[in-house]
Design a protein around this ligand. Structure first.
Ligand code: HEM
Length: 157
């Protein structure tokens, strides 16, 4: 019962991550090009991205540690899991890339907060959220790609 529920939430929250990520990148580009101040809307985008990524990571950890039959099966046969690209994707690649992205998001948010001037805030948002988004986008199991493609969204029923 919990597995389909958390897997669906994890599938759908990805869209919040992507929407906020695109919003932050677009606002940072416009902020740099227009040499404009750091506005409340810029801060809202960054907070939305920060929280959606954090929620997504917590859901991922719950799947990884407690619920996912793929990961649980892999942990009982690590050697076999590492030889199977589909299982290795879930055991190592997806989790590692997303946690590196989380690290970048945290560093980026700290840099934005510490920067005194608006241009430095926009630059930090563009660089750190931009690289985090690249890692996230290439590590999502999009339909028709990778070792274990998944649907664009999943409902629990
Ligand atoms: C921004 C971060 C992340 C995004 C955007 C993301 C995205 C996704 C997506 C789209 C799926 C497929 C869901 C489906 O089958 O419908 C998935 C599955 C999964 N993710 Fe993540 N994920 C993230 C972080 C993590 C992290 C940090 C972990 C582990 C610590 C993790 C563990 C898993 C697991 C175990 C599965 C399901 C494997 C299975 O049982 O089939 N995810 N993730």
């Amino acid at each position: 019962m919990w597995y389909p529920l958390v897997l669906s939430l994890h599938s759908i929250t990805r869209w919040a991550v992507i929407i906020f990520g695109v919003m932050v990148i677009a606002q940072a580009v416009l902020g740099i090009a227009g040499r404009r101040a750091w506005l409340a809307n810029d801060q809202r985008g960054v907070s939305g991205f920060f929280w959606s990524v954090n929620i997504q990571i917590v859901l991922g950890l719950i799947l990884y540690v407690f619920l996912s039959p793929v990961v649980q099966g892999a942990l009982s046969d690590l050697g076999g899991a590492m030889r199977d690209g589909r299982v290795r994707f879930w055991l190592v690649e997806h989790m590692t890339m997303m946690i590196v992205a989380l690290g970048l998001v945290h560093i980026g948010v700290a840099r934005i907060r510490r920067a005194a001037e608006a241009p430095a805030k926009h630059r930090a948002a563009l660089i750190f959220v931009g690289i985090a988004m690249l890692l996230i986008l290439v590590s999502i199991p999009w339909p028709g790609t990778g070792a274990d493609p998944r649907p664009l969204y999943r409902l629990p029923w």
